[in-house]
Design a protein around this ligand. Structure first.
Ligand code: DAH
Length: 362
């Protein structure tokens, strides 16, 4: 609207000129999108004074109508365009500021995605299994809650053996410790103290020949740097015709070298287990000193790795095998112990502490 039009407007209707001035000032003052929307409603809305004036033109004296109609409309169009322009300006300013403040730096390094992996105990069990599977053995499993019969009696461990006391063994229900309660010596339920009962279960399930390894958890009332109340063992059993102690030694020699390294030697020492005759303990030569003697092997050059022996023929009576026809050997190793020896871990409790700084090293 130019100067001449403005003068003409003010002369014809002074209120319109004043409204226009107020609207121009309000548009200039609107600092955000909500404020400019208020200005639009106030000056151009259906209930605004301008709309009211334009609607009531017919009530004006005849000579005023054309001027007010033409110029009033001009003011409406002019203010509408200014409101729109101001609104666009504010919208783009707010977009610019959002872009500046909410910017995402796509070059920042992301949150690391940590991959999990097998626990060292699981991995060690798998390594042991793999070695024996390579020799033709099958993997067998048995229950962790076991009867006194399988855990002790069928393994030649008599009712008065100290291992059967409440002091050494977790009975599921102490009163059910049959041998102790003077009832049936075989019925009590316990957490198996070793994986050897799986030997008996494996032989019950199938006729000879049997070649199995049995990994799993075992439980004893023990807790110190080298013992946890729950631990893992891998049992081995081979029953066939013509098996001798030389087969046991050859098998364990192969195993020790496959597991610890081909520079290792083994030795067998006489020992006693109720379920093998003869029984041995097996040592592997120390990997740190090569057998010369060091702190790790207590200056003996050797590290004990497992118990073993020729299956006592009396066991075959429990499972219906012909003791005159078959022979066999058995062995049992502690998985924690094997992992500790292989990786030089000083404390078995680290396996159950679940400290990631420990677990992530393997
Ligand atoms: N069961 C024995 C233990 O837990 C280990 C063992 C020794 C297992 C000799 C055997 C074996 O199969 O023949 O101490």
């Amino acid at each position: 609207m130019d100067e001449a039009q403005l003068r003409e407007l003010t002369a014809a209707n002074p209120e319109l000129g004043g409204l226009r001035d107020q609207a121009l000032a309000a548009i200039a003052a609107a600092g955000e999108q909500a404020a400019i929307e208020d200005v639009r409603v106030r000056f151009l809305g259906r209930k605004s004074r301008l709309t009211e004036i334009l609607r009531s033109i017919s009530a004006l004296p005849a000579e005023q109508r054309p001027v007010v109609g033409r110029l009033g409309n001009l003011v409406r169009v002019e203010l509408g365009a200014l409101v729109e322009a101001r609104e666009a300006e504010l919208a783009s300013a707010s977009l610019r500021s959002a872009l500046a403040h909410e910017r995402i730096d796509v070059t920042l390094p992301g949150e690391p995605f940590l991959g999990g992996h097998e626990h060292l105990i699981s991995r060690t069990i798998r390594e042991v299994e793999d070695i024996f599977i390579g020799l033709g053995y099958k993997v067998a499993e048995g229950p962790e809650v076991e009867t006194e019969y399988y855990n002790f009696t069928a393994l030649n461990t008599p009712a008065d053996h100290p291992a059967r006391s409440l002091h050494d063994t977790f009975f599921v229900d102490a009163a059910s410790a049959g041998a102790r309660a003077g009832r049936g010596a075989d019925d009590g339920l316990l957490l198996r103290t070793h994986t050897s009962p799986v030997q008996v279960r494996a032989m019950e399930k199938q006729p000879p020949p049997v070649y199995v390894v049995c990994p799993g958890k075992a439980y004893r009332r023990d807790l110190d740097a080298t013992h946890t109340p729950m631990f893992h063992q891998v049992e081995g059993l081979a029953v066939d015709e013509g098996i001798t102690l030389a087969d046991l030694k050859g098998t364990l020699y192969h195993f020790a070298r496959a597991f610890f390294g081909t520079d290792r030697e083994i030795r067998l020492r006489p020992h006693f287990f109720p379920f093998t005759e003869p029984s041995v303990e097996v040592d592997v030569s120390c990997g740190l000193c090569g057998g010369k003697g060091c702190r790790s092997c207590k200056y003996s050059g050797w590290l004990e790795i497992l118990g073993a022996g020729m299956v006592d023929p009396s066991l075959y009576g429990f499972v219906g095998y012909d003791a005159d026809k078959v022979q066999g050997f058995a062995f049992g190793m502690g998985v924690e112990r094997m992992a500790m020896l292989k990786h030089h871990i000083p404390d078995a409790r680290a396996f159950v502490d679940n400290d990631k700084r420990f677990l992530e090293q393997f």
